[in-house]
Write a protein that binds this ligand. Structure first.
Ligand code: MV4
Length: 449
């Protein structure tokens, strides 16, 4: 089996750099794409060549399908890696690549479509015997249908958008008399955000842990998992800190959640890398959704397994079989990631601008994934993620001590960042005990801002 000679990276920032690194190690040439305001970006410098694909606004550059397909054709790239965000979960883009004879480094367009239809994915998994939270069987026809289900499952319940993600089109119902209004508000919000107002309903689980499982699947139908990640520390549906393993994980828990994730992958004939998200509540595990992309937090899994997920992803897309069997996957120690954003650490408003000083942390067990450097101007047009600090230790205590040390070493001047916010969370006694859930930041908003 021969790998690609050249890959086009249809993304920017730290993930574009991450993908270039994987390609280099595999001996694959890289072509970057960039917008008008990013000619000095690190991904442009590190790639073998780069093509400008349009104006700063992402709708005209990083989301511009014809421009990206043209860039792949001009550079003679055989494959396109979409990274995360932008076109990564757009089934039309995956199809456009195929039609142009370019390999999309990711799952099939059918996989992407089902991942984006959360009501249908839930319905299919429920029918296949994967546990889901009590709620609707597929999408809701109208608020009458929602009321019938609430009568059965009770309140609190949560309305979610089928096309959702990022919390848009979500409403918690504490009293059925508010259902009608909540239904219309959620529907309107979903329609505005996704062009699709379809909703489904679930029992609301107030103290949930958001636990997800990394999976790898090849063209022959072999599927393995790389263990779980705890992503419960989020703010406004943005994950801020992720870790692996889950603090209360053990061999039995990992086997159980890992096998459920594999069952989900098989039920949809999944190919390539993906993440199955679960709600964990008091030891109960429920399927929530499947993400059909490489995720921001993939490094914590790489740190504890030693497996380069991006290299595996590229090899899988080239048609290679999995290089590991489940029993080859060995888990070692603990890893934590903090997402550092160019934002005000108290108000979380974006703070783009020129970085005047940028000095990285280092030493044992520290990894930093970033595309920033001293003198770089953080553009206002894109995601405010500027660096991921990831540590590994023999246990959680060592991983925590290392990330506390790393955040203290990290010097970023010229712009505000969320570094101080992370240092506060990492000092919180409940965080240190592993005593948190998705409500952590809301509950502690007076002490941990
Ligand atoms: C839930 C939930 C409780 N019960 N589902 C889904 C997307 C993710 N970003 C948040 N999600 C949740 N899904 C059930 N069945 C709790 C959340 C949730 C949440 C919901 C509303 C407002 C804030 C939230 C913060 C974290 C998690």
């Amino acid at each position: 089996m021969t790998l690609f000679k050249k890959v086009l990276i249809a993304n920017r920032g730290e993930i574009a750099v991450r993908i270039i690194r994987a390609c280099r190690e595999l001996g694959i040439k890289t072509a970057a794409v960039y917008s008008d305001v990013e000619k000095d970006a690190l991904h442009v410098r590190l790639a073998d060549e780069a093509v400008c694909i349009g104006p700063a606004h992402s709708s005209q550059s990083y989301l511009n399908i014809p421009a990206i397909i043209s860039a792949a054709e001009i550079t003679d790239a055989e494959a396109v890696h979409p990274g995360y965000g932008f076109l990564a979960e757009n089934p039309h883009f995956a199809e456009a690549c195929m039609t142009s004879g370019i390999t999309f480094i990711g799952p099939s367009s059918e996989n992407i479509r089902l991942g984006g239809d959360k009501a249908k994915a839930r319905q299919i998994m429920k029918r296949r015997g994967v546990p889901v939270v009590p709620g609707s069987d597929g999408p809701l026809q109208d608020e009458e249908a929602a009321l019938k289900i609430i009568k059965k499952i009770g309140v609190p319940s949560i309305l979610k958008a089928s096309a959702g993600g990022g919390g848009k089109g979500m409403r918690i119902i504490y009293d059925e008399k508010n259902l009608e209004q909540a239904y219309h508000m959620a529907q309107r919000e979903a329609l505005a955000a996704f062009g699709n107002g379809e909703l489904y309903i679930e029992k609301y689980i107030p103290e949930m842990r958001h636990i997800e499982v990394q999976i790898l699947a090849d063209d022959t139908g072999s599927v393995i998992h790389l263990g779980e990640r705890d992503c419960s520390i989020q703010r406004r549906h943005q994950k801020l800190i992720e870790e692996s393993p889950y603090v209360f994980s053990n061999r039995q828990f990992r086997k159980k959640i890992g096998e459920l994730a594999i069952k989900v992958a098989r039920a949809m004939k999944y190919k390539n890398v993906g993440t199955v998200e679960f709600i964990v509540d008091n030891g109960n595990i429920y399927f929530m959704e499947i993400n059909t992309r490489i995720q921001v937090e993939h490094p914590v899994t790489e740190m504890i397994t030693g497996i380069d997920i991006v290299k595996e992803q590229i090899k899988l897309a080239a048609g290679e079989p999995l290089s590991y069997k489940q029993h080859d996957v060995k888990f070692s120690g603990h890893s934590i990631e903090c997402r550092i954003n160019a934002e005000d650490p108290e108000k979380f408003t974006p703070c783009p601008g020129k970085i005047t000083s940028f000095i990285l942390p280092g030493g044992p067990g520290v990894r930093v994934d970033t595309a920033a450097y001293s003198g770089w101007v953080v553009p206002a047009h894109y995601d405010s993620l500027i660096a991921k600090v990831i540590t590994h230790g023999k246990d959680r205590e060592e991983a925590v001590a290392r990330i506390q040390r790393a955040l203290n070493e990290f010097i970023i001047e010229g712009i505000k960042t969320t570094l101080p916010f992370h240092m506060k969370i990492l000092d919180d006694p409940d965080f240190l005990k592993g005593n948190f859930n998705t409500g952590f930041l809301e509950k502690n908003k007076n002490t941990v801002k």
